[in-house]
Design a protein around this ligand. Structure first.
Ligand SMILES: [Zn+2]
Length: 428
């Protein structure tokens, strides 16, 4: 194992220039999402690259998924390299989309400039650097070990930043993960951490009802905003403190997210905000509708029924106690929490690899928000999936986002070590 791995590590070091150029090329294709630009271009680029390295390549369009259109088709690329003997399939999945640029950049967001060992640009860290590292790792492994067992797959998928429905969810629904045994998602979780999963999500919209009347005689109507104020007050006095008391055994980072949380995503009541150039006054009306969207993140120790029940309890209590209180609750989106077991084969293998490459034990973490693991878990029904990749999560979606070349090299070695472990007879 060690002699073979040392040869592969040396190959990865020798591919440093290639790794930099590949990352730069990917960053220079602006795959902004929304709306989902240049997916075809980046998939074409990856297909050509991986085709040259001996992969069989397939382009799959997430037809009819949210956002898919003639102008913005949701393209994905899947590349597969078959080994010489039967064995497991190791799948590396990266999303190809990046979020908007935003303000505050001092570098060209799509330049991919290399300065002092760092490559700058939108998506360098989240997660084109991770994608490039997995490609270099796989190529180095295949060159050094052409008669490996099983197969290696690399996918570049659409729309992770907007839910992943045209990407990993579509592929999972269409059976593209059915034969996969191990999944590594090279999201920027840091080269010495293994991300086992994420918390759950429950989004809902609450609407309270009132009755419109003249604002000078509010007693002739019924104010929906005051009803919603009562909902908020209940949340402040009972729900938020209750959430703060619920702690999880999941190793969520940052630590503040090791409890249940809820964000009030939006709050609307009364007349709509006027256009910016409108100089008139609002008319005197009692609002008859108020709406609030809540973003509840829950723990593996809780169930979706419990989470929904807490909100329904508040609304039902108000209905019985408060005159004329009526409401509607619309559930918008939910994702179950997921956590791969520490003794799962892919976790054990990457843990061993981190120890070998970095000389330390990898820290186990769980993400406060969700990522594409949710679809692999839910539709692909595969419980052997982690996120592991170079880069600092704190830099994701920020101005002057960058990835360190040294981190990409290290994590590529970890990924390659893990392939030696899972796909050769030489696993230690
Ligand atoms: Zn990402």
């Amino acid at each position: 194992m060690n002699a073979l791995f040392d040869r592969i590590a040396a190959r990865i070091d020798a591919k440093c220039e290639d790794l930099i150029a590949l990352t730069q090329a990917l960053v220079q294709i602006p795959t902004l999402n929304p709306p989902g630009e240049n997916y075809r271009e980046i998939c074409g680029y990856l297909a050509e690259r991986l085709g040259k390295s001996g992969f069989e390549v397939q382009l799959v369009r997430g037809e009819g998924t949210p956002g898919d259109s003639k102008k913005y088709p949701r393209w994905n690329v899947i590349a597969r390299k078959e080994g010489a003997h039967a064995g497991d399939c190791v799948h590396f999945n990266s999303h190809i989309d990046v979020v908007e640029v935003g303000q505050g950049w001092t570098r060209d967001p799509f330049g991919g400039e290399l300065i002092d060992g760092k490559i700058y640009g939108r998506g360098t860290c989240d997660m084109k650097g991770g994608l490039a590292a997995s490609i270099i790792a796989a190529e180095a492994f295949i060159e050094a070990c052409p008669d490996f067992h099983g197969s290696i797959e690399i996918s570049g998928t659409a729309d992770e930043e907007t839910g992943g429905y045209g990407g990993v969810a579509y592929l999972a629904e269409h059976g593209h993960y059915a034969h996969v045994d191990h999944v590594i998602i090279p999201e920027p979780l840091q080269k010495d951490r293994i991300c086992l999963g994420h918390r759950g999500v429950w989004w809902a919209e609450i609407e309270t009802h009132g009755e419109i009347a003249h604002g000078s005689m509010p007693f002739l109507g019924d104010c929906a905003v005051r009803h919603m104020g009562a909902v908020l007050q209940e949340m402040e006095t009972s729900l938020f403190p209750a959430l703060a008391r619920k702690h999880t055994a999941m190793p969520v980072v940052p630590e503040g997210a090791r409890q249940s949380t809820m964000n009030i995503n939006s709050f609307h009541g009364g007349q709509a905000e006027p256009e910016a150039d409108f100089t008139g006054l609002p008319s005197a009306c009692v609002p008859d509708r108020a709406r609030m969207i809540i973003d509840r993140r829950y723990l593996i120790e809780e169930s979706e029924e419990e989470v929904r029940g807490e909100v329904v309890d508040i609304l039902e209590r108000l209905k019985s106690e408060r005159a004329n209180f009526s409401y509607e609750l619309r559930e918008m989106w939910s994702v179950s929490p997921t956590m791969t077991q520490k003794d799962a084969p892919v976790v054990a293998s990457v843990q061993k690899a981190v120890q070998q490459v970095l000389g330390k034990e990898a820290e186990y973490v769980v993400s406060p928000g969700t990522y594409d693991q949710k679809h692999i878990d839910r539709i692909g029904r595969l419980k052997n999936c982690i996120a592991y990749g170079p880069g600092l999560l704190e830099l994701a979606h920020k101005p002057d986002e960058y990835i360190e070349v040294a981190d990409m090299l290290d994590s590529a070695k970890v990924m390659a070590h893990s392939m030696v472990d899972l796909l050769t007879g030489e696993g230690a």
